[in-house]
Design a protein around this ligand. Structure first.
Ligand code: SF4
Length: 188
């Protein structure tokens, strides 16, 4: 387990239960396509660091996925560095902070990329499918879609959180805070 007790073996379960949609989307892409483009790698690595996944675990997990499509040596050279850099263990050794929602939302996302905030960057059809897959009711799905359509992305995320966790209403400001709040509720 990492410093805060996140065991990489549980990452898929944690993803389904407690990742915000922005990180769930990147995780699914990594699992299904065994590759991530630069901005997604950065957004996701910072998040994993923030939730307490140890650097060596993140490297091993990504190497396993990327390695299905690329030579592991090439992986270490090209992507291992980014992870070490993100964790502050290479390059300028700067302690980069995980991105907050405003930063995630304000990124530009080109077709084929999977970073950013689904409430802002996905169209209503894609968003609807994601909400359904996460178990929201028909009414719940519509409420969240309406907020997203009105450009209230963090309100939409708060509603989604509330419906998914059967909790009080909330507005989400940070993907890592989303995760921590979710763990607090689910751990009881
Ligand atoms: Fe992620 Fe924030 Fe968007 Fe929610 S509102 S999906 S936490 S960026």
């Amino acid at each position: 387990p990492g410093a805060e007790g996140i065991d990489i073996k549980n990452i898929d379960t944690l993803c389904e239960m407690s990742f915000p949609p922005c990180m769930q989307k990147i995780h699914h892409r990594l699992r299904t396509e065994h590759h991530l483009k630069h901005s997604a790698r950065r957004q996701y690595a910072l998040f994993l660091k923030g939730i307490g996944v140890a650097m060596e675990d993140t490297i091993a997990f990504w190497r396993q996925e990327f390695g299905k499509k690329m030579n592991p040596d090439k992986f270490d050279k090209e992507h291992g560095y980014l992870i070490r850099h993100t964790y502050g263990a290479a390059g300028k050794r700067f302690n980069y902070r995980p991105m907050d929602c405003l930063k995630v939302i304000s990124q530009s996302v080109s077709p084929g990329e999977c970073h950013g905030c689904p409430f802002r960057h996905d169209n209503q059809q894609v968003l609807k499918k994601m909400l359904q897959q996460n178990g929201l009711s028909v009414i719940g799905v519509q409420e969240v879609l309406d907020s997203a359509k009105n450009n209230h992305y963090q309100v939409a995320c708060g509603k989604y959180f509330q419906l998914k966790h059967d909790s009080d209403s909330t507005v989400i400001t940070h993907p890592n805070l989303y995760f921590d709040m979710s763990r607090d509720i689910l751990k009881g």
